[in-house]
Design a protein around this ligand. Structure first.
Ligand code: PRP
Ligand code: MG
Length: 211
């Protein structure tokens, strides 16, 4: 019987996370990049892994469907889920920025329109600055919005900067650093304390060797 259910975010960082888990002796034999399978049991049977959409990881953990989750800080922040964030896995390092058309900041407008996949993060950021903005929620290709007049600026993730550059946009402001984090359900942290602490300890040692 597995003791811990771990929700892992599908997508770019999944492979690096599986690699890190393997390094600390937790292996999922039938896991591969293009798998259509969604539930895996570790070879030592200690961990049941569920493979979910990145944006849903905080929900699974907050609701207790998973005891722990591994997901990007972007999705954790946006979800506003009531969970413990206990470890930075330093995978998928990038940042949230405010960006817009090169040379066009601050746009000469009273009330900015901001396009983003992350409306909560966007609103919080501008609220902190005391600015009232109109947020337009998009689901991708956000860089398009300032180019065709849908928004004045965007709040989005920058990794290499290539997407901004290729679309004639530039960073106006840094918002927050992002990387993959370990989150824990609050009740599980109490009821499965030993198992979870041990898992975190093993991960911490694995990370120290990695970096
Ligand atoms: C992400 C992000 C940026 C881009 C950043 O988009 O939203 O657009 O990657 O990477 P870069 O700085 O290395 O260019 P993604 O490819 O996930 O597509 P989407 O926004 O359309 O979902
Ligand atoms: Mg994008």
């Amino acid at each position: 019987m597995s003791n811990i259910t771990l929700a892992l975010a599908k997508g770019r960082t999944a492979d690096s996370t599986i690699h890190l888990l393997k390094k600390i002796g937790i292996q999922f034999q039938d896991f591969h990049e293009d798998t259509r399978k969604l539930v895996f049991l570790s070879e030592d049977a200690s961990i049941k892994l569920i493979f979910v959409k990145a944006v849903d990881v905080p929900t699974y953990v907050e609701k207790g469907a998973a005891d722990i989750g591994i997901a990007g800080k972007d999705n954790i922040l946006e979800s506003q889920a009531d969970v413990y964030e206990l470890l930075d896995l330093k995978i998928g390092q990038c940042k949230f920025v405010v960006a817009g058309r090169a040379g066009d900041f601050p746009p000469s407008k009273q009330r900015l329109t901001v396009a983003s996949k992350y409306p909560n993060i966007t609103e919080q950021h501008f609220q902190k600055k005391g600015l009232d903005v109109e947020t337009v929620k998009l689901n991708g290709s956000v860089e398009l919005a300032p180019l065709i007049g849908l928004a004045d600026v965007i709040v989005d993730i920058v990794e290499t900067g290539n997407t901004l550059k290729e679309n004639g946009l530039e960073v106006f402001e840094d918002v927050e650093n992002i990387s993959t984090r370990l989150i824990v359900n609050k009740a599980s942290f109490a009821t499965k304390s030993n198992d979870i602490q041990l898992f975190i300890k093993r991960l911490t040692v694995g990370l120290e060797e990695e970096y």
